[in-house]
Design a protein around this ligand. Structure first.
Ligand code: UT7
Length: 333
């Protein structure tokens, strides 16, 4: 049987930094409030002519370079995004595919908000284990600045742009394999976090033509409470199902939405400080890109070693959630 191994990680962060101080000149807020309530100090903002596919392509190139797998051997690209280059089509994954110079690979986007990368990972795992694909490039890429209302202090202080990518490939060696992935969704909570206008279900008949029609809206405080509850439950279940405990985890990589959410979840799970990966201060919430960007930070710091077990835990609009037990399994030549 083929197993799916997490071979490599890459990320790209746009150059421009938007600080809390700068935001304080745009809406009524302060560095002190944002830092205390979210842990965020700054976030990255893509250039006007830099699209989600550009961010994703740059992250994917890094992941590919580090994977030991040739571009021509990639047989599928899955891009998780809620800020695609184009509304409906073509998919951002197909644009990335062309920008990479890849021909004929299956390519499609998925929409699972901040859980997108974990969903993409589960799709890669399923395709590889079924024998349908051998080398899958997964990408979480977001230009959230394009769908953020910079007059709404409840959301604009949170979100940033960026991308992360990983190469997942077939292996015969069970020790290298992704151990388990849990995913779920509950549409009953859809109104907590959504882009209510611009789609076929909206009251507008302009399908996104008017400025601001795709802006995100969030009931922050309610979302916060559901996030803590769901993330904690999710991790407890996946650990128990696999006869593991928090002590078996080297890197706990939660979705980077808010430092207070991460701390509450980490404490409930009795995670030690050195286990918990934190990037929220410098990137803010980058939705589907947040987990791979965080893994990349650990990798680039030289702290992600072959065989080390990562626990990914995500939560986002939909509502969606997901967790994954993933050993880092670089290809050894
Ligand atoms: O990634 C997907 C999931 N997303 C999340 O998990 C995000 C979850 N939510 C959050 O991170 C937090 O709820 C926020 C950071 C968005 C808000 O923090 P909070 O502690 O839940 O604040 P709140 O919404 O309960 O608001 C408290 C007060 C309100 O004022 P009053 O009514 O007490 O006078 C708000 O108007 O803070 C006010 N407020 C602000 N003040 C300064 C809200 N946003 C701001 C702001 N600056 N940016």
């Amino acid at each position: 049987m083929a197993y799916a191994a997490f071979r490599s990680i890459g990320a790209y962060t746009p150059e421009k930094i938007l600080s809390n101080e700068e935001l304080s000149t745009m809406v009524e807020t302060s560095d002190e409030w944002i830092t205390k309530r979210t842990g965020i100090k700054e976030r990255r903002i893509a250039a006007e002519n830099e699209f989600t596919s550009d961010l994703g392509m740059k992250a994917a190139r890094k992941a590919l370079d580090r994977s030991g797998i040739a571009l021509s051997d990639i047989d599928m690209i899955v891009c998780a995004t809620i800020s695609p280059d184009y509304f409906c089509m073509p998919s951002t994954a197909t644009i990335i595919s062309t920008k990479l110079g890849l021909k004929n690979a299956t390519a499609f986007d998925i929409s699972a908000a901040c859980t997108g990368f974990v969903y993409a990972l589960s799709i890669a795992k399923a395709f590889i284990e079924s024998g349908m694909k051998k080398n899958v490039l997964i990408i979480g890429a977001e230009k959230l600045s394009a769908i953020t209302d910079y007059s709404d202090r409840g959301t604009c202080i949170l979100f940033g742009d960026g991308a992360g990518s990983a190469v997942i490939s077939a292996t015969e060696d069970k020790n290298e394999a992704i151990i388990d992935i849990h995913t779920g969704a509950d549409g009953e909570y859809a109104d907590l976090l959504m882009t209510p206008n611009g789609g076929s279900g909206s009251a507008h008949d302009s399908l996104g033509a008017e400025a601001g029609s795709c802006f995100m809206q969030m009931k922050g405080n309610e979302t916060f409470k559901v996030a803590v509850r769901t993330l904690t439950k999710d991790v407890k279940e996946i650990l128990a199902d696999n006869n593991l405990t928090g002590e078996d985890i080297v890197h706990f990589v939660p979705h980077q939405a808010n430092l207070r959410i991460i701390k509450a979840v980490g404490d409930a799970l009795k995670m030690k400080e050195e286990q918990v990966v934190l990037t929220v201060a410098k990137y803010g919430n980058t939705s589907g890109a947040s987990i791979p960007m965080a893994i990349n930070d650990v990798y680039e710091a030289g702290d992600l070693k072959a065989g080390e077990l990562m626990l990914l835990d995500a939560f986002g609009g939909g509502l969606t959630w997901g967790s994954a037990l993933v050993p880092f399994s670089p290809k050894v030549s």
